[in-house]
Design a binder for this molecule. Structure first.
Ligand code: SF4
Ligand code: SF4
Ligand code: SF4
Length: 273
Protein backbone atom coordinates (compact mmCIF):
# COMPACT_ATOMS: atom_id res chain seq x y z
CA UNK A 1 0.00 0.00 0.00
CA UNK A 2 2.77 2.39 0.84
CA UNK A 3 4.42 1.84 -2.52
CA UNK A 4 1.10 2.33 -4.31
CA UNK A 5 0.39 5.52 -2.36
CA UNK A 6 3.88 6.77 -3.10
CA UNK A 7 3.49 6.18 -6.84
CA UNK A 8 0.06 7.78 -6.84
CA UNK A 9 1.35 10.83 -5.00
CA UNK A 10 4.30 11.08 -7.35
CA UNK A 11 2.03 10.89 -10.38
CA UNK A 12 -0.26 13.52 -8.92
CA UNK A 13 2.70 15.75 -8.16
CA UNK A 14 4.04 15.37 -11.68
CA UNK A 15 0.64 16.16 -13.16
CA UNK A 16 0.27 19.18 -10.91
CA UNK A 17 3.74 20.42 -11.89
CA UNK A 18 2.96 19.91 -15.56
CA UNK A 19 -0.32 21.79 -15.20
CA UNK A 20 1.47 24.49 -13.27
CA UNK A 21 4.10 24.71 -15.99
CA UNK A 22 1.48 24.94 -18.69
CA UNK A 23 -0.39 27.58 -16.72
CA UNK A 24 2.83 29.54 -16.21
CA UNK A 25 3.70 29.25 -19.90
CA UNK A 26 0.19 30.37 -20.82
CA UNK A 27 0.50 33.27 -18.42
CA UNK A 28 3.83 34.36 -19.89
CA UNK A 29 2.48 34.01 -23.42
CA UNK A 30 -0.56 36.00 -22.45
CA UNK A 31 1.58 38.71 -20.90
CA UNK A 32 3.83 38.81 -23.94
CA UNK A 33 0.83 39.20 -26.19
CA UNK A 34 -0.63 41.83 -23.91
CA UNK A 35 2.56 43.92 -23.85
CA UNK A 36 1.88 47.09 -25.78
CA UNK A 37 0.42 45.75 -29.02
CA UNK A 38 1.06 47.91 -32.05
CA UNK A 39 -1.98 49.84 -33.21
CA UNK A 40 -2.93 51.03 -36.70
CA UNK A 41 -1.66 54.45 -37.76
CA UNK A 42 -3.17 57.42 -35.98
CA UNK A 43 -4.17 55.51 -32.86
CA UNK A 44 -5.04 58.00 -30.13
CA UNK A 45 -3.49 57.92 -26.66
CA UNK A 46 -6.84 56.72 -25.28
CA UNK A 47 -7.26 54.26 -28.11
CA UNK A 48 -8.62 51.42 -25.98
CA UNK A 49 -11.40 53.68 -24.72
CA UNK A 50 -12.16 55.34 -28.04
CA UNK A 51 -12.28 52.19 -30.15
CA UNK A 52 -15.67 50.47 -30.29
CA UNK A 53 -14.20 47.28 -31.78
CA UNK A 54 -16.32 47.53 -34.89
CA UNK A 55 -13.53 46.10 -37.05
CA UNK A 56 -14.04 48.56 -39.89
CA UNK A 57 -10.32 49.35 -40.03
CA UNK A 58 -9.67 45.63 -40.40
CA UNK A 59 -12.03 45.41 -43.33
CA UNK A 60 -10.72 48.60 -44.91
CA UNK A 61 -7.05 47.66 -44.99
CA UNK A 62 -6.33 46.27 -48.46
CA UNK A 63 -3.21 44.50 -47.23
CA UNK A 64 -4.67 42.60 -44.28
CA UNK A 65 -2.28 44.43 -42.02
CA UNK A 66 -4.83 45.06 -39.29
CA UNK A 67 -6.22 42.20 -37.25
CA UNK A 68 -8.35 42.02 -34.15
CA UNK A 69 -6.86 40.74 -30.91
CA UNK A 70 -8.52 37.33 -30.47
CA UNK A 71 -11.03 36.89 -27.71
CA UNK A 72 -10.26 34.49 -24.92
CA UNK A 73 -7.99 36.00 -22.37
CA UNK A 74 -5.56 38.27 -24.17
CA UNK A 75 -5.70 41.84 -22.93
CA UNK A 76 -7.47 44.13 -25.30
CA UNK A 77 -9.55 41.42 -26.92
CA UNK A 78 -11.34 42.72 -29.97
CA UNK A 79 -9.11 45.75 -30.41
CA UNK A 80 -7.29 46.12 -33.71
CA UNK A 81 -3.55 45.57 -33.78
CA UNK A 82 -0.69 45.09 -36.20
CA UNK A 83 1.71 42.15 -35.89
CA UNK A 84 4.63 43.19 -38.11
CA UNK A 85 6.24 39.78 -38.47
CA UNK A 86 2.95 38.50 -39.88
CA UNK A 87 1.60 41.48 -41.80
CA UNK A 88 3.19 44.91 -41.48
CA UNK A 89 1.57 48.17 -42.48
CA UNK A 90 2.71 49.00 -45.99
CA UNK A 91 2.05 52.69 -45.44
CA UNK A 92 -0.65 52.94 -48.07
CA UNK A 93 -2.09 56.25 -49.13
CA UNK A 94 -4.77 57.25 -48.59
CA UNK A 95 -4.86 55.71 -45.17
CA UNK A 96 -7.83 53.41 -45.65
CA UNK A 97 -7.93 52.26 -42.04
CA UNK A 98 -7.99 55.82 -40.69
CA UNK A 99 -10.67 56.85 -43.12
CA UNK A 100 -12.85 53.91 -42.14
CA UNK A 101 -12.72 54.52 -38.40
CA UNK A 102 -16.12 55.95 -37.33
CA UNK A 103 -15.10 57.20 -33.88
CA UNK A 104 -11.82 59.03 -34.40
CA UNK A 105 -9.94 56.41 -32.41
CA UNK A 106 -7.69 56.48 -35.46
CA UNK A 107 -7.06 60.18 -35.76
CA UNK A 108 -8.66 61.52 -38.96
CA UNK A 109 -6.21 64.41 -38.79
CA UNK A 110 -3.46 62.03 -39.85
CA UNK A 111 -3.29 62.45 -43.61
CA UNK A 112 0.44 61.93 -44.19
CA UNK A 113 1.46 58.36 -43.44
CA UNK A 114 5.08 59.40 -42.91
CA UNK A 115 3.89 61.25 -39.81
CA UNK A 116 2.43 58.06 -38.30
CA UNK A 117 4.18 56.71 -35.22
CA UNK A 118 2.90 53.18 -34.73
CA UNK A 119 6.05 52.17 -32.90
CA UNK A 120 9.81 52.38 -33.13
CA UNK A 121 12.14 49.90 -34.83
CA UNK A 122 14.91 48.66 -32.57
CA UNK A 123 17.90 46.60 -33.75
CA UNK A 124 19.35 43.75 -31.74
CA UNK A 125 22.96 44.22 -32.83
CA UNK A 126 24.03 40.91 -31.31
CA UNK A 127 21.86 39.03 -33.81
CA UNK A 128 21.82 41.44 -36.73
CA UNK A 129 23.74 39.89 -39.64
CA UNK A 130 25.30 43.18 -40.65
CA UNK A 131 26.44 44.00 -37.15
CA UNK A 132 28.01 40.55 -36.98
CA UNK A 133 30.05 41.22 -40.11
CA UNK A 134 27.89 39.71 -42.86
CA UNK A 135 26.35 41.70 -45.68
CA UNK A 136 22.60 42.11 -45.29
CA UNK A 137 21.04 45.59 -45.32
CA UNK A 138 17.58 44.15 -46.03
CA UNK A 139 15.92 46.40 -43.48
CA UNK A 140 17.58 49.43 -45.04
CA UNK A 141 16.34 48.50 -48.48
CA UNK A 142 12.75 47.64 -47.59
CA UNK A 143 12.19 50.66 -45.37
CA UNK A 144 9.66 52.96 -47.08
CA UNK A 145 11.30 55.96 -45.42
CA UNK A 146 14.57 54.91 -46.91
CA UNK A 147 17.68 56.78 -46.01
CA UNK A 148 15.87 58.54 -43.17
CA UNK A 149 14.38 55.96 -40.81
CA UNK A 150 17.35 53.64 -41.26
CA UNK A 151 20.85 54.81 -42.12
CA UNK A 152 23.78 52.66 -43.04
CA UNK A 153 26.99 53.61 -41.34
CA UNK A 154 30.45 52.22 -41.86
CA UNK A 155 32.30 50.54 -39.09
CA UNK A 156 35.81 49.15 -38.99
CA UNK A 157 36.06 45.38 -38.93
CA UNK A 158 38.06 43.85 -36.14
CA UNK A 159 40.01 41.40 -38.32
CA UNK A 160 40.65 43.43 -41.45
CA UNK A 161 41.01 46.95 -42.70
CA UNK A 162 37.80 46.73 -44.69
CA UNK A 163 34.78 48.53 -43.39
CA UNK A 164 31.39 46.95 -42.97
CA UNK A 165 28.08 48.70 -43.23
CA UNK A 166 25.62 48.43 -40.38
CA UNK A 167 22.07 49.77 -39.99
CA UNK A 168 20.99 52.33 -37.43
CA UNK A 169 17.44 53.49 -36.81
CA UNK A 170 16.64 57.18 -36.72
CA UNK A 171 13.81 57.51 -34.25
CA UNK A 172 12.58 60.83 -35.57
CA UNK A 173 11.71 59.33 -38.97
CA UNK A 174 10.61 55.78 -38.17
CA UNK A 175 6.86 55.30 -38.61
CA UNK A 176 6.81 51.88 -36.98
CA UNK A 177 5.36 50.28 -40.08
CA UNK A 178 7.20 47.02 -39.41
CA UNK A 179 8.31 46.23 -42.95
CA UNK A 180 11.86 45.88 -41.67
CA UNK A 181 10.77 43.38 -39.02
CA UNK A 182 8.80 41.41 -41.57
CA UNK A 183 11.69 41.09 -44.01
CA UNK A 184 14.60 40.62 -41.61
CA UNK A 185 16.04 37.23 -42.66
CA UNK A 186 17.10 36.00 -39.23
CA UNK A 187 15.02 33.25 -37.62
CA UNK A 188 13.78 35.68 -35.01
CA UNK A 189 13.78 39.21 -36.35
CA UNK A 190 16.87 41.15 -35.33
CA UNK A 191 14.92 44.34 -35.81
CA UNK A 192 11.58 44.76 -34.11
CA UNK A 193 9.00 47.46 -33.76
CA UNK A 194 8.27 48.25 -30.14
CA UNK A 195 6.45 50.83 -28.08
CA UNK A 196 8.76 53.87 -27.97
CA UNK A 197 7.87 54.42 -24.33
CA UNK A 198 9.41 51.05 -23.52
CA UNK A 199 12.68 51.51 -25.36
CA UNK A 200 13.54 55.18 -25.48
CA UNK A 201 15.48 56.92 -22.76
CA UNK A 202 15.63 60.58 -21.89
CA UNK A 203 18.85 62.54 -21.60
CA UNK A 204 17.84 65.04 -18.94
CA UNK A 205 17.77 68.80 -19.22
CA UNK A 206 20.99 69.38 -17.30
CA UNK A 207 23.08 67.88 -20.10
CA UNK A 208 23.97 70.43 -22.73
CA UNK A 209 24.53 69.24 -26.31
CA UNK A 210 25.73 72.54 -27.66
CA UNK A 211 26.09 71.30 -31.22
CA UNK A 212 22.40 70.58 -31.59
CA UNK A 213 20.00 72.97 -33.25
CA UNK A 214 18.28 75.30 -30.83
CA UNK A 215 20.78 75.04 -27.99
CA UNK A 216 21.19 78.46 -26.47
CA UNK A 217 24.62 78.02 -24.96
CA UNK A 218 26.75 75.84 -27.19
CA UNK A 219 30.16 74.77 -26.01
CA UNK A 220 32.90 77.07 -27.20
CA UNK A 221 34.46 74.34 -29.35
CA UNK A 222 31.18 73.83 -31.20
CA UNK A 223 30.08 77.42 -31.32
CA UNK A 224 30.73 77.63 -35.05
CA UNK A 225 29.08 74.35 -35.90
CA UNK A 226 26.17 74.43 -38.35
CA UNK A 227 22.66 73.53 -37.29
CA UNK A 228 22.23 69.81 -36.87
CA UNK A 229 25.92 69.15 -36.32
CA UNK A 230 26.64 65.80 -34.78
CA UNK A 231 30.00 64.71 -33.43
CA UNK A 232 29.29 61.28 -34.94
CA UNK A 233 29.11 62.55 -38.50
CA UNK A 234 32.21 62.62 -40.73
CA UNK A 235 34.42 65.60 -40.10
CA UNK A 236 34.49 66.88 -43.66
CA UNK A 237 33.37 66.08 -47.16
CA UNK A 238 30.34 64.23 -45.86
CA UNK A 239 26.87 64.33 -47.35
CA UNK A 240 24.76 67.00 -45.73
CA UNK A 241 22.10 64.45 -44.78
CA UNK A 242 24.46 62.75 -42.35
CA UNK A 243 25.08 66.00 -40.53
CA UNK A 244 21.36 66.56 -40.20
CA UNK A 245 21.08 63.34 -38.23
CA UNK A 246 21.45 65.18 -35.00
CA UNK A 247 19.76 62.46 -32.95
CA UNK A 248 21.90 59.62 -34.21
CA UNK A 249 22.47 56.88 -31.70
CA UNK A 250 25.58 55.52 -33.41
CA UNK A 251 28.48 54.38 -31.29
CA UNK A 252 31.45 56.71 -31.45
CA UNK A 253 33.62 56.31 -34.49
CA UNK A 254 30.85 55.48 -36.93
CA UNK A 255 30.59 57.44 -40.10
CA UNK A 256 27.40 57.86 -42.07
CA UNK A 257 27.12 56.32 -45.53
CA UNK A 258 25.52 58.33 -48.25
CA UNK A 259 21.90 57.16 -48.62
CA UNK A 260 20.91 55.33 -51.78
CA UNK A 261 20.28 57.64 -54.70
CA UNK A 262 16.80 56.28 -55.37
CA UNK A 263 14.44 54.69 -52.89
CA UNK A 264 12.87 52.72 -55.72
CA UNK A 265 15.38 49.92 -55.74
CA UNK A 266 14.31 46.38 -56.37
CA UNK A 267 13.59 45.45 -52.77
CA UNK A 268 11.43 48.47 -52.19
CA UNK A 269 9.42 47.76 -55.30
CA UNK A 270 8.99 44.21 -54.12
CA UNK A 271 7.66 45.39 -50.78
CA UNK A 272 5.04 47.62 -52.32
CA UNK A 273 2.18 45.63 -53.78
S1 SF4 B 1 -2.14 52.59 -43.54
FE1 SF4 B 1 -2.93 51.24 -45.18
S2 SF4 B 1 -1.62 49.41 -45.09
FE2 SF4 B 1 -1.33 50.53 -43.16
S3 SF4 B 1 -2.80 49.58 -41.75
FE3 SF4 B 1 -3.83 51.37 -42.64
S4 SF4 B 1 -4.95 50.58 -44.44
FE4 SF4 B 1 -3.46 49.01 -43.84
S1 SF4 C 1 17.45 42.92 -42.01
FE1 SF4 C 1 17.88 42.12 -39.94
S2 SF4 C 1 19.87 41.06 -40.12
FE2 SF4 C 1 19.64 42.34 -41.95
S3 SF4 C 1 20.69 44.26 -41.45
FE3 SF4 C 1 18.52 44.55 -40.89
S4 SF4 C 1 18.35 43.96 -38.72
FE4 SF4 C 1 20.32 43.18 -39.52
S1 SF4 D 1 9.45 50.36 -38.91
FE1 SF4 D 1 11.29 49.76 -40.05
S2 SF4 D 1 10.69 49.85 -42.21
FE2 SF4 D 1 9.14 51.02 -41.05
S3 SF4 D 1 9.87 53.15 -41.10
FE3 SF4 D 1 10.68 52.22 -39.21
S4 SF4 D 1 12.72 51.48 -39.80
FE4 SF4 D 1 11.60 51.85 -41.71
Amino acid sequence: MERRQFLTSAAQGTAAAACGGLAWYALLTQQAQAAAPLRPPGAAADFAAACIKCGQCVQACPYDSVQLVPTGGAAGSGLPRIVPRQAPCVMCEPLHCVKACPTGALNPGLTDITQARMGLAVIDIEHCLSWQGLRCEVCFRVCPVQGQAIRLVSQQRQLSKHAMFVPLVQAEACTGCGLCEKRCPTDVAAIRVLDPAQVQGRIGEHYRLGWRHGQTQPDAADAGAPDGYSPLAPASGAPSRSRASSQSRAPAGLAAQKPAASPLDYLNRESRP
